[in-house]
Design a protein around this ligand. Structure first.
Ligand SMILES: Cc1cc2nc3c(=O)[nH]c(=O)nc-3n(C[C@H](O)[C@H](O)[C@H](O)COP(=O)(O)OP(=O)(O)OC[C@H]3O[C@@H](n4cnc5c(N)ncnc54)[C@H](O)[C@@H]3O)c2cc1C
Ligand SMILES: *[C@@H]1O[C@H](CO)[C@@H](O)[C@H](O)[C@H]1NC(C)=O
Ligand SMILES: *[C@@H]1O[C@H](CO)[C@@H](O)[C@H](O)[C@H]1NC(C)=O
Ligand SMILES: *[C@@H]1O[C@H](CO)[C@@H](O)[C@H](O)[C@H]1NC(C)=O
Length: 539
C-alpha cells in the first residue's frame, strides 16, 4: 500500500475510535489514578484488562502499535475478503523480526522470531489453536492439576474455545478415521480445540463464516467501552520506576508518544503494573528499566534465561484418492454430495464448498514426545483445490535448554526500531534433542502417507528456528529467584506490584500451542491482583 494512503486511512480510523487516546505533555489523561497499568494489548493484556475492569478497577492499557480494524483488536481473518479469498492473508507479513543486530551470531539466532506491533498483538492473526497441556508437559509442582484444570476451563470461555466444532462434518470424520488406524489408543488423533466459531447459514449454498477469536473478543465489547478503561495506543512503554524509598514497589511508568513524533515522555502512575509485551519484549522492558534507573536495586538473575524454542516441521498433503472416494460413497454425506453435483455439474471434486477442513491433533505422549496438528491446507493454486489439501505441522521441544544456557540477552548499546535494547539470541540444540526431532520428522512423514501424498514443493521440512512463535521460559515461573523470574501468581520475585503475563512465564519446554496455558495463568494472576487491590493483604 502506498504510504500516503495508509497514513490518511490510519488517521480516519483513529478519528472513529473514541476509546483510543494519544496524549501530549500538556494534555490530561481522561482518567487518572489508575488501579492498574497494562503494557501490551495482545491476548494476555486483554485477559488482565477484562478481569480487572469486571472487578470494578480503573485500567490503562499502553500499546506501541496502532489499531488496524475498528473496533481495534479483532482478528483480521474476520474480514469478509479474507474469508472468501484466504490467499489475501499472509500470516507472517504482520510481524517484525528481531534482526539487524551486529552482536547476533547467526549460528545461535532465532531468525524467524518476531513481534507484532499492533493493537491486539499477534492475536490479530494467530491460528486460534488452544489445546491444554497433557501429562509430563504440565508443571504440577507449581500449579496442581485440579487448579490448572479449573483455570483452563475459565480460559476456554475467554478464548471461545470449542472442543470439536467440526464434529460430524465430512472431511473431519473421513480423514480422522483414516489416521486413527495408524496410532494406538493413547496417542489417538483427536479433534483440535480451536478458538473459532463456525456458522453455517440455512441455505446450503451460503458461505459458512468463521469467527476467529482476537484480543477484542477476549476483552469483550462492554469492557472496551467501560468508562474505567482507556487504551493508550501508539505509545511505547519505556521505563518502569521503582519508588524512591521502597524499590520493591513500582510507582510509575514512563511512556513515549509515537503518534505525535514528539520526544515527550509521560509518566503514568498506578497501584499495579502488568507487563504483557510478549516473550522477548517483556524482559526487554524490565532490562531497560534496570539500566535507566539508578535506584533499581532488585536483581533479576534469571531474566531472559531458560529460553525454549519449539522446533517445527511442516508439510502440505494432497488427500489420497482412496480417502476421497470412500468419503464420497459414504451414505452419511450422500445427500450433500448429490446436491453439490446438481448445482455444479462441472466440478471435478464433488465436495460441497461449505464443508470445513479437518482440524485435529496428535497429542504429545512420553513415548512420542511431539505434538502435531492437521488442518485445512492452503492449496487453491491453479492446480490443486484446498478441499483436498491438508496442512500438517509437528512441534518438538528442547528437553535441556538449561544446560545449554539458551537465552536472550539485551544490549546496552544497540537499539531496536523503537530505541529499546536490542535482543540477541543464544540458542543451541543438544544432540539428544536433535535425535528426537529426527524421530519426529520420520514419524510425521510416515503419518502423512496414511492421509495422502505431498503437495509438490511442500514436502516435510524443518522450519527456521523461532518460526512457531511459541517461545517460552524467558521470564519463567518458579519458586526461587535464582532460577526463575516470577512466582506462581506471576509477580516478579522481590517486587510487590509488578506482574508479567506472557508465554515467557511457562517454565517447562512444551510442544503444544501455548496461549491457552498462558491465559489460564494470567487468570490466576489477575485473581491474586484483585485480592491485593481489595486490601485483603499487604502489597
Ligand atoms: C501466525 C501466527 C499463528 C499463531 N498461532 C497460534 C496458535 O494457533 N495457538 C497459540 O497458542 N499461539 C499461536 N501463536 C502465538 C500467539 O499469537 C501468541 O502466543 C500470543 O499472541 C501471545 O500473546 P501476548 O499477549 O503475550 O503477546 P502479543 O500478542 O505478542 O502482544 C504483545 C503486545 O505488546 C506490545 N508491546 C511490545 N512491547 C511494548 C512496549 N515496550 N510498549 C508498549 N507495547 C508493547 C506489542 O505491540 C503487542 O501488541 C501464533 C502466532 C502467529 C504470529
Ligand atoms: C460428536 O457427535 C457425536 C454424534 O452426534 C456425539 O455423540 C459426540 O458427543 C460429539 N462429540 C463432541 C466432542 O461434540
Ligand atoms: C525518603 O525517605 C527520606 C528519609 O526517611 C525522606 O526524607 C524522604 O522525603 C523520602 N522520600 C520520598 C520520595 O518519599
Ligand atoms: C515497602 O513497602 C511494603 C508495603 O507497604 C512494606 O511491607 C515493606 O516493608 C516496605 N519495604 C521497605 C524496605 O521499606
Amino acid at each position: 500500500m502506498n504510504f500516503k494512503i495508509f497514513f490518511t486511512l490510519s488517521i480516519i480510523f483513529f478519528a472513529f475510535i473514541d476509546k483510543a487516546y494519544t496524549l501530549s505533555k500538556n494534555e490530561d489523561l481522561p482518567i487518572k489514578n489508575f488501579d492498574a497499568v497494562i503494557v501490551g494489548s495482545g491476548p494476555l493484556g486483554s485477559t488482565y484488562a477484562r478481569k480487572l475492569i469486571e472487578a470494578g478497577y480503573k485500567v490503562a492499557m499502553v500499546e506501541v502499535g496502532e489499531s488496524e480494524l475498528n473496533p481495534p483488536g479483532l482478528h483480521l481473518l474476520n474480514a469478509y475478503r479474507r474469508q472468501v479469498d484466504p490467499s489475501t492473508f499472509d500470516i507472517k507479513s504482520q510481524t517484525i523480526h528481531f534482526n539487524q543486530n551486529p552482536d547476533q551470531d547467526p549460528q545461535l539466532n532465532l531468525p524467524s522470531a518476531a513481534a507484532t506491533y499492533v493493537v491486539g498483538g499477534m492475536g490479530t492473526h494467530w491460528g486460534c489453536v488452544t489445546p491444554r497441556l497433557l501429562g509430563n508437559e504440565r508443571f504440577s509442582n507449581l500449579v496442581p492439576d485440579d487448579e490448572m484444570d479449573k483455570l483452563y476451563e475459565e480460559a476456554e470461555t475467554y478464548l471461545h474455545t470449542l472442543q470439536d466444532p467440526y464434529n460430524n462434518t465430512m472431511l473431519q470424520t473421513s480423514v480422522l478415521k483414516a489416521l486413527k488406524m495408524r496410532y494406538d489408543e493413547e496417542k489417538s488423533p483427536r479433534a483440535l480445540p480451536v478458538a473459532v466459531r463456525y456458522e453455517k447459514g440455512d441455505n446450503p449454498d451460503d458461505m459458512p463464516f468463521y469467527f476467529w477469536t482476537g484480543s477484542y473478543d477476549i476483552l469483550r465489547k462492554e469492557n472496551f467501552e467501560n468508562k474505567n478503561f482507556v487504551l493508550i495506543e501508539q505509545h511505547l512503554a519505556q521505563i518502569l520506576q521503582p519508588k524512591i524509598n521502597n524499590t520493591s514497589i513500582i510507582d510509575g511508568l514512563i511512556i513515549k508518544d509515537l503518534f505525535k513524533r514528539s520526544q515527550n515522555e509521560i509518566l503514568i502512575k498506578a497501584k499495579v503494573f502488568i507487563i504483557c509485551a510478549g516473550a522477548v519484549n517483556t524482559p526487554q522492558l524490565l532490562y531497560n528499566s534496570m539500566i535507566k534507573n539508578s535506584n533499581w536495586d532488585i536483581e533479576i538473575p534469571a531474566l531472559g534465561k531458560n529460553l525454549c524454542d519449539q522446533t517445527m516441521v511442516n508439510c502440505q498433503i494432497v488427500l489420497s484418492k482412496e480417502i476421497v472416494e470412500k468419503m464420497l460413497e459414504d451414505p452419511a454425506w450422500s445427500e450433500d454430495v448429490k446436491k453439490h453435483k446438481e448445482t455444479y455439474p462441472n466440478d471435478p471434486i464433488p465436495i460441497p464448498f461449505g464443508v470445513p477442513g479437518p482440524q485435529f491433533s496428535i497429542p504429545y505422549t512420553d513415548k512420542r514426545p511431539w505434538y502435531c496438528e492437521v488442518f485445512r491446507g492452503s492449496g487453491d493454486t491453479y492446480y490443486i483445490n484446498n478441499r483436498v489439501t491438508l496442512g500438517f505441522n509437528c512441534y518438538g521441544a528442547p528437553q535441556n535448554s538449561e544446560e545449554l544456557n539458551n537465552r536472550v540477552e539485551f544490549s546496552k548499546q544497540n537499539k531496536d526500531i523503537y530505541g529499546m535494547p536490542q535482543p540477541t539470541f543464544y540458542v543451541r540444540t543438544s544432540k539428544k534433542d536433535a535425535e528426537n526431532y529426527h524421530k519426529m520428522f520420520s514419524d510425521m512423514t510416515q503419518t502423512a502417507f496414511s492421509m495422502g501424498g505431498f503437495l509438490p514443493g511442500s514436502e516435510p521440512t524443518f522450519l527456521p528456528p523461532g518460526y512457531s512463535l511459541h517461545m517460552t521460559g524467558t521470564v519463567r515461573m518458579g519458586t526461587s529467584k535464582e532460577t526463575s523470574v516470577v512466582d506462581t501468581n506471576l509477580c516478579v520475585h522481590g517486587f510487590r506490584n509488578l506482574y508479567l503475563g506472557t508465554n515467557g512465564v511457562i517454565p517447562t519446554a512444551i510442544t503444544a500451542n501455548p496461549i491457552l496455558t498462558s491465559v489460564a495463568l494470567a487468570i490466576k494472576s489477575a485473581n491474586n491482583i484483585i485480592k491485593k487491590l481489595k486490601g485483603a493483604f499487604d502489597f
